[in-house]
Design a protein around this ligand. Structure first.
Ligand SMILES: Nc1ncnc2c1ncn2[C@@H]1O[C@H](COP(=O)(O)OP(=O)(O)OP(=O)(O)O)[C@@H](O)[C@H]1O
Ligand SMILES: [Mg+2]
Length: 401
């Protein structure tokens, strides 16, 4: 699968930009603030229907859009995919709400038909590499949970649906716990049936989410170790462990679970959560928040069994996150049979020359479409990328070199 053509209108710094992309991809060079990340962001948006970097969607619309006509500002992003896809055109139209600042209406069309966001996610599969990926190791647990959620949602629309239900249930359950906080014991026990209801709703979704995360990590395990060794060029083992806020099995760890029996795994997680939720009722009452569940879980990166956040060098941490992304491409291939579009935004300058070469060799071996950007054109004027046309971007305008 590849993105064959893209059209941007009033998107970020691009007023109007049209570009053909060959199946192998393109190289994009440009100085700081020229529009490299924005271009990559547009492709990622066509994949996930949501920008990974914008906090509000209004940011995506060109500042000057429609200013002189007195019409609501808008942006349009359209992409045409080719090869092994069930949809050809993906279109996103963002319109600012004139009456409410920061409110933006988003319309999505697949082949011209209005579609819900949840049904459009993952039609175009992309994997984004960017310098901010370091947060996967160095950032808070929520960064790692979000990474897993995005990666799995691309492959499994049920996951996305269940996750959104889970978040709503969590909110309801937390507000119920808060309301219980101020009540005496007898009122609480009179209303305990309400909590039982939310417990089972929560556990039901939580079990699917955790099981899907464990399955994803299991699928990623071998490719992860392989990519890391290939990048580093040394014999070191990289592993990513899922850290449950509660252990599945008190004696062992969740690494021993059988992810191939998905239903059995969900049942095992449900039982564990049920037990844990009962154990921590008093704590939940006093704090007024849900203490267990996938919103509390985390990932741990282990290099030869040691936490890479504390013990790894900067370079090892960087290679670890790059390996995670390469492993993600592998999992997408295993599960969907499709090769994701790789978006490498400004990542080469972060690696030493030997690792740059190795990364480009690994990327080349995957055989998918690549969009690679750099501020220093020399970094992408290398043998491994020779077959990709080179473009130059300046103030939101892309031109062939
Ligand atoms: N909504 C918007 N309307 C117009 N311009 C915008 C909008 N949002 C961001 N910009 C501008 O677009 C320009 C390009 O930003 P972008 O992040 O794509 O640059 P870049 O080439 O990736 O730069 P760097 O090398 O620094 O990462 C910046 O000047 C930024 O301020
Ligand atoms: Mg950038």
């Amino acid at each position: 699968m590849h993105l064959a053509h893209i059209y941007l209108e009033q998107f970020r710094c691009y007023t109007r930009q049209e570009l053909e992309l060959p199946p192998a991809g393109i190289r994009l060079a440009g100085s700081n603030a020229s529009g490299k990340t924005s271009f990559v962001e547009a492709i990622q948006l066509l994949s996930m229907m949501k920008s990974a970097r914008a906090s509000v969607e209004r940011e995506l619309i060109n500042w000057e859009s429609n200013a002189e006509f007195g019409l609501p500002p808008f942006a349009r992003i359209q992409g045409w995919a080719e090869g092994a896809v069930d949809v050809n055109s993906i279109e996103i139209i963002l319109t600012a709400d004139a009456n409410r600042p920061n409110h933006t209406k988003k319309q999505i069309k697949l082949d011209g038909q209005p579609t819900r966001s949840i049904d459009a996610v993952g039609r175009l599969k992309t994997v984004l590499f960017e310098p901010e990926d370091m947060d996967l190791v160095l950032g808070s647990p929520s960064v790692r949970r979000r990474y897993l959620d995005v990666a799995i949602s691309t492959l499994d629309s049920t996951y996305l649906r269940i996750l959104s239900q889970y978040n709503k249930i969590l909110e309801q359950r937390n507000s119920l716990l808060k309301s219980f906080r101020d009540q005496d014991r007898s009122t609480r026990s009179a209303r305990s049936g309400e909590l039982d209801y939310w417990d089972s709703e929560l556990i039901n979704r939580a079990a699917y989410i955790v099981a899907a995360r464990l399955r994803f990590l299991d699928q990623a395990r071998d490719p992860l170790a392989r990519s890391f060794q290939a990048l580093l060029g040394e014999e070191h083992e990289l592993r990513v462990d899922y850290q449950l806020a509660t252990r599945l099995d008190e004696s062992g760890s969740e690494r021993d679970v059988d992810v191939h029996d998905f239903t059995g795994l969900q049942r095992q997680i449900s039982q564990r959560l049920q037990h844990e939720i009962e154990n921590r009722r008093a704590e939940e009452f006093s704090r007024g928040v849900t203490a267990v569940g996938p919103h509390r879980d985390d990932l741990m990166f282990l290099l030869d069994g040691r936490d890479i956040e504390s013990f790894g060098s900067r370079g090892q941490q960087r290679l670890a996150v790059v390996s995670v992304k390469l492993a993600e491409v592998d999992v997408i291939q295993q599960v969907s049979g499709q090769t994701a579009v790789l978006l490498l935004d400004d990542v080469l300058s972060e690696l030493d020359e030997r690792r740059q070469q190795r990364l480009l060799e690994l990327v080349g071996a995957l055989g998918g479409q690549v969009v690679v950007t750099a501020t220093d054109a020399r970094l992408i004027q290398v043998e491994q990328l020779e077959q990709l046309p080179l473009y130059h971007v300046d103030s939101g305008q892309i031109n062939a070199v």
